[in-house]
Ligand binder design. Structure first.
Ligand code: SF4
Length: 452
């Protein structure tokens, strides 16, 4: 399972616009490593830098520092829709239409993009990319004659799926989170400056402190320093992605009103209460299982040990020619002196295909572990995601066609315990009823190509 996209936008009174956006994107790097881009505006002209790869490589300092203007947006991309190797799919996507410069950064995925694209093309729109995000931009541009709130409502009426977006229209910055609120979008303030980001860390690193989440269906517009909030749409069913809390978001911030670090630690505590085996040490799969393992260890009193050291210098492009087993071996280095002869509770955030878990367990056994008991800080992932997370097809998901006993055998564990759905409801707060659990339950609010 991989991440999707990170978005960042800022209106500055004064300061180095490119530098601030780049810093924000650095802190959203975990949400997309395929490409990065920045577009800034001085009200008359757009200034751009975009390229493939990590932020550091895609956005060189000399180009970033030459970006002019006091307002801009940026993007880190992991493609869940559209060709990842096409330069035109790198965001922000830019248009010049009706004498206006317009750019868009999008986090999420549209389930009826193909249908809408076909309609738009038949009506004369010319697409420059294969990204579903461009559909939103066409719908926006087509309604430029309408007041802004109506423009956004027209998009809401037509588009299905998940879209937290930033739009730059000449000198105006617009942040919008769709009515179901699947993906996060936060706003921060610092004196007269205003910024928006997918995650809190990208705001805090730039000194923005007055931080709040946009509500589902809320737009915030910044023009000439004036900040205006508009409630564009309301949906009965909210759909905030619970996987942001389980795995995707960085643990230093809050997502959907929950402290991510505490959430993960608490999931480990709940797992520890289910323990029915004799365990010597708790070992996290780094980095995703660390906080749950800490909670498990605190609750059970069993010591936490780092049985794996993660090689942080193995980049995605370096390991891409290798198969899954080789990738695991290059990324995770077992510590024999820690695991040898031990009965281990191995903690990870989730099991998707099961192939990575199998390799990790094999590594522990090769290094002398006596028993390996797999403990998973989320329920079995049985269904794909259509809202911007790259969860494989149903057929590839190990929990879709196997029961717990079969999964245990296939990954080679001595025992296997998942967090229950009830535990997850309790962690998210059952009274709220505003989360998406569709990859566990299959009750997606939209499915692909749903049409109108
Ligand atoms: S299906 Fe799963 S990963 Fe996708 S939005 Fe819902 S909770 Fe998140």
């Amino acid at each position: 399972m991989r991440d999707y996209c990170g978005i960042f936008g800022v209106y500055l009174n004064k300061g180095k616009i490119g530098h601030i956006i780049k810093k924000g994107l650095f802190h959203l790097q975990h949400r997309g490593q395929e490409s990065a881009g920045i577009v800034t505006s001085d009200g008359k002209t757009f200034y751009k830098v975009k390229n493939f790869g990590f932020v550091a490589r895609a956005l060189p300092d000399n180009e970033v520092n030459s970006l002019k203007g006091n307002v801009g947006i940026g993007h880190t991309r992991y493609s869940t829709a559209g060709d990842k190797d096409s330069f035109s799919n790198i965001q922000p996507i830019c248009f010049f239409a009706y004498n206006k410069n317009i750019a868009l950064s999008h986090n999420g995925n549209l389930t009826n993009a193909a249908y809408l694209k076909e309609r738009l093309v038949n009506e004369g729109s010319v697409f420059h990319s294969t990204s579903d995000s461009e559909v939103i931009l066409h719908l926006y541009v087509r309604n430029l004659n309408l007041p802004l709130a109506e423009r956004l409502r027209e998009i809401e009426k037509k588009v299905q799926g998940a879209f937290s977006i930033l739009i730059l229209e000449d000198e105006m910055l617009i942040a919008y989170r769709d009515k179901h609120g699947t993906r996060p979008l936060l706003m921060g303030k610092k004196e007269e400056d205003v910024a928006f980001a997918s995650e809190e860390g990208a705001l805090r690193v730039n000194g923005f402190t007055e931080i709040r989440e946009l509500l589902p269906g809320e737009a915030v517009v910044v023009k000439n320093g004036e900040v205006l909030s508009l409630q564009i749409a309301n949906a009965k069913r909210k759909n905030q992605c619970v996987f942001e809390l389980i795995y995707f978001a960085r643990p230093d911030g809050h997502i959907f009103g929950k402290a991510v670090y505490k959430f993960r630690k608490e999931s480990g505590r709940l797992l520890a209460r289910k323990e029915d085996q004799e365990i010597d040490i708790v070992v996290p799969v780094p980095d995703s299982g660390v906080m749950a393992a800490l909670g498990y260890s605190e609750e059970s009193g069993i010591p936490l040990e780092f049985g794996f050291i993660r090689n942080h210098y193995v980049g995605r492009s370096f390991i891409s020619p290798y198969n899954r087993e080789e990738k695991v071996r290059m990324k995770l280095i077992p510590v024999r002196s820690v695991v040898e002869g031990k009965r281990i509770a191995l903690i990870d955030d989730s099991i998707v295909r099961g192939t990575t878990s199998a390799k990790i367990i094999q590594l522990l056994r090769e290094n002398g572990a006596k028993e390996v008991h797999m403990r998973v800080a989320s329920p079995p992932v049985r269904y794909p995601c259509y809202f911007g997370i790259d969860i494989p097809t149903k057929r590839e998901l190990i929990a879709n066609n196997k029961d717990i006993e079969e999964i245990k055998k296939e990954i080679g564990a001595d025992s296997l315990i998942y967090l229950s759905l009830n535990d997850l409801y309790n962690l998210t707060d059952p009274s709220r009823n505003d989360f998406c659990y569709a990859c566990f339950r299959g009750d997606h609010i939209y499915t692909p190509s749903a049409g109108k």
